[in-house]
Design a protein around this ligand. Sequence first.
Ligand SMILES: Nc1ncnc2c1ncn2[C@@H]1O[C@H](COP(=O)(O)OP(=O)(O)OP(=O)(O)O)[C@@H](O)[C@H]1O
Ligand SMILES: [Mg+2]
Length: 265
Amino acid sequence: MSEATPVQIELEGIAQEYPKPDGSGMLRVVDSIDLSLTPGITMLLGPSGCGKSTILRMMGGVRPLGVKTPTEGTVTIDGQPCDGPHDDAVMVFQRYANRPDLSVRENVAFPFRLKLWRDKVPESEQKSRVDDILREVGLADKAELRPHQLSGGQNQRVALARALVLRPRILLMDEPFGALDAQTREEMQALLSDLIADHPCLAVFVTHDVTEALLLGDRVLVLSTQPARVADDFTIDEPRPRSTLWLRSTGARALEERILDQLHA
Ligand SMILES: Nc1ncnc2c1ncn2[C@@H]1O[C@H](COP(=O)(O)OP(=O)(O)OP(=O)(O)O)[C@@H](O)[C@H]1O
Ligand SMILES: [Mg+2]
């Protein structure tokens, strides 16, 4: 599949069950999910523990050890059944997972140590991609520092850079800014908005933050309590970057209430 072909993820009749911790059978955490995802930013919200991370992992074909995932239904990417981690999908987590023994530059270049990415990206291009993305995330002057010499926001920039250096067609983010203070979080939201504009892809972003969903989402999916189903699904047409003024508009406030009502239903 060429980079120019718009990527598509389909979830059909998805259910997920996990063994209960006390061994008394299975717990159904996700039920009857049908979704079709296309490029753009989809924000995924839902009550704590409802199954957001489970569904996000499925979208990239990632499975927890020893658990059949999904228990029912199929995930297809570009029309092909997805039965393992998909080459085109990269994930970013709240714990940014930077290697403490490597510099910022080495952390960002780390995926090129893997055969998959070494084979896909010529060596001459790897260095220029790393330089470019370091500049784009504002870390060009920090390239030789180690993670412990960076702030939380800067460490999350490293994690984003390590994902985007691969120019992924699918970018799956699990509460990437969840551990950051309010001001840093706003900076990172603005940065992500710019980065996605420059690197269009199919992005799915799990968040607990309704304002974050309104600022970043082309589409908003709200899940119900466990077992998770899609409780609401709408698009936001306002172009990014979205201003504070827009957030205060009647239209944006109505969307905020719509999400909150669903989350508290
Ligand atoms: N590998 C696993 N084995 C057993 N149970 C699991 C496993 N992974 C998740 N669960 C259970 O499935 C449910 C959904 O978990 P998941 O992490 O997908 O929820 P979430 O919506 O991302 O939660 P949070 O908002 O806290 O991040 C939880 O009850 C969790 O305990
Ligand atoms: Mg989660």
